[in-house]
Design a protein around this ligand. Sequence first.
Ligand code: BDR
Ligand code: CA
Length: 324
Amino acid sequence: MRAGVRPDAGTQDGGASRPAVLLDCDPGHDDALAILLAGATTELVGITAVSGNAPLERTLHNALIVTQIAGLDVPVVAGADRPLVAEPRHAAFIHGESGLDGPELPPLTREPAGGSAVRFLLEAASARDDLWLVATGPLTNVALALREDPSLAGRLRGISLMGGSYGPGNVTAAAEYNIFADPEAAAIVFDSGARLVMAGLDLTHRFRIDAERQAALRALPGAAARFAAELMTAYGDAYARSFGPDVGVPLHDPCAVLAVTHPELFEVELRHVAVELTGTHTRGMTVVDRRPGERGAEPNVEVLTDLDHATAFATLAAALAGYA
Ligand code: BDR
Ligand code: CA
């Protein structure tokens, strides 16, 4: 079942053929890094914010602040302020009440673009045939867009998402936060027929910032890199409080951007993935069919299983330094 690298996503490192990306996110410390990475390595057509790590009002504010600090002139659009069915559940224990606790934030001078995230997403996908949707929060906006226009699934080049796992979860024993926060939305996305690339916890928990990488970030030039380093320090402190001092800081969300810009860094398995909606202990779990050979159900997801960590971190660092 191992499919190796995916040659058609292309490698774009500041070259002329940067992939076109719309980033749907809930910043969030690691979402902020995903924004900075996407701003430097893709043709970033816009950012849509969703309720997740913090309430929508905060994730929208945070997406605007990140673009402001980086000098990224991309539209930022407000999306869903609650999950489709589940009660809102934020992640203040990691990201703080603000969603970006840690660095002192400047006063916000940017304004959100008008209109809804769903409209923005559908129009962006109609305007071109090469758009990647990168989703690093709960999948509410994406599901709402697919519900309004199911043909979106075939018009996107793909959806690269951070979420799920085939091993343990992080919110419950079985479920990862982005899927658990809106399982009904995730089920719509996983069943949509779109090309899906999944960066789950099994991958992202192994791509960590340790003390050495923290120091490397602090040594980078420019305001955007300094902001990223401050964010990672706060993020590291929160992880240490919650999970112990030696775990390092997982760079979840940048993986979903790197999967589009640098697919050659990843190993991937084609698998069938379903979202559990009703399990007493497993609601929000991504059930990844890893049965050997032909026994597994028809694959619908490219599940990322490994990453060249050193090159990925160097790519992220170069992207941050490039803002100086
Ligand atoms: C995911 O949950 C959020 O807290 C992070 O931003 C990431 O998208 C990891 O489970
Ligand atoms: Ca996120």
